[in-house]
Design a binder for this molecule. Structure first.
Ligand SMILES: [Zn+2]
Length: 288
């Protein structure tokens, strides 16, 4: 997979606020977002401190909305030496969109982020890993808009997306605008389903020793965190199902020490650093 003998351990954060839960009626419309108290600044500061203490650089996938609303926060992340990619403009699921709307949303997010940090955006992650086999057109549009690395695929069934049949590790995708490099999220089979142990609810739920054990054993690790994952004081959104409520709020209090533990295994880096280390000629082509 890689000519570099060191494991590929990619540190990423989806930059959004605590109320950006997918397919939640109370916050699906961006016009509602200003009604919620802002917690993204303090939660992101905590991550920046944690990463600085560990001496690691990450990739933050930001909503275009966040770049327009908090340009100073994006500048600060960039000034800390982290890379910033796009996490869409307003957090819509790709497989529920269409090519024209997706292109407009992506361009708007890229413009907002580049305007805030003065650097080119070349990496993308879809909200909820929502590029599926029913929305393959998204790859063409990503490449056309200057994205060179996509991190949107979840190699198993998933609540908001999922790309069954995809292997673990980097892959290449042929598009009319050139080759798109794919860095999917890492999953692990547990009770015959793929779980993303290095991010989100499962990271907060699983014991630290197990997350670290699996993380050390795999040659390819793609994490995905959110500022809200480390905020036990965030309000609870009303009206969630019991299951969703559990998944969204489990383990918040212990998450920061788990992250510190995970980072202590070492070797974490950003998406663009991973892109440089991987020997792409040896990676499989994704057959669409
Ligand atoms: Zn998101």
């Amino acid at each position: 997979m890689s000519s570099d003998p060191r494991p590929t351990r990619i540190l990423t954060v989806d930059l959004e606020d605590w109320f950006h839960l997918l397919e939640y009626g109370g916050s699906s419309d961006p016009a509602q977002w200003e009604n919620y108290p802002e917690r993204i600044r303090r939660n992101t500061d905590l991550l920046l401190d944690t990463f600085a203490e560990a001496g690691v650089q990450a990739t933050f996938f930001s909503l275009g909305w966040a770049a327009r609303t908090y340009p100073d926060l994006l500048k600060k992340i960039s000034d800390f030496g982290h890379e910033i990619g796009s996490h869409s403009d307003t957090h819509d699921l790709v497989h529920q969109s269409n090519p024209a709307a997706f292109r407009a949303d992506l361009r708007r997010s890229i413009d907002a982020i580049e305007g805030a940090i003065g650097k080119k955006v070349t990496a993308y992650r879809a909200p909820g890993f929502s590029i599926t086999r029913s929305s393959l057109w998204a790859f063409e549009i990503l490449a056309e808009c200057g994205i060179t690395t996509d991190c949107s695929l979840f190699p198993s069934a998933h609540a908001h997306g999922g790309f069954g049949g995809l292997g673990q590790g980097p892959a290449r995708i042929e598009t009319r605008s050139g080759v798109l490099k794919e860095l999917p999220v890492s999953t692990r089979e547990l009770a015959s389903r793929g779980i993303a142990f290095a991010g989100g609810g499962y990271f907060r739920l699983l014991p630290s020793f197990l997350v670290n054990h699996w993380s050390k054993r795999t040659p390819y690790l793609m994490t995905y965190f959110h500022p809200r994952d480390f905020d036990p004081e965030q309000p609870v959104l009303p009206g969630l199902s019991k299951r969703r409520r559990f998944r969204s709020y489990v383990g918040l209090a212990g998450a920061r020490s788990k992250l510190v533990n995970l980072l202590s295994i070492g070797g974490f880096h950003s998406v663009s650093e991973a892109e440089r280390r991987i020997s792409w000629d040896n990676t499989p082509w994704l057959i669409l």
